[in-house]
Design a protein around this ligand. Sequence first.
Ligand SMILES: [Zn+2]
Length: 152
Amino acid sequence: MNVPKTRIEDLLNYVRKEKIITREFFKGKISLEKRNKMFEKLILEYRHRIFPEDSYLFDNIGEFWKFLIDNNLSTDCVTHEMLHARKAFLLGYDIKYCCRMALTDDGRIAFLPSINIKDTNEKMNKEDLLAIISATDVLSEEDKNMIEYLKE
Ligand SMILES: [Zn+2]
């Protein structure tokens, strides 16, 4: 892994905006076309701050685990992400594990783990998304917020 160029503050803002677009789409407030346009705009807006090379994708849990170990990163997140991934897999989705790296203001390396669900644009529905987010034993704050919002 190279030292990330992305700053954590930018990454957190970017991810927050990404989540808002996602939840508005699944809530039925914006169309697929509109959603894709908003994502394009977001990527463009952050093109000098979010560096694609700071995002790592893994086909399976073993590779994800190895990446964390090799880079002296905490593996606390692995079980949590695996439970999301397993549910997605059981529902018929292709997934990848994702690790987005960033630098903190004091120069430390931080990361955001997640799962990427592939080819979901047309076929994924709100119920499946809710099931995937709810699949872990301990929900993160982000998970809770998304569930609350989608359920309303
Ligand atoms: Zn989660």
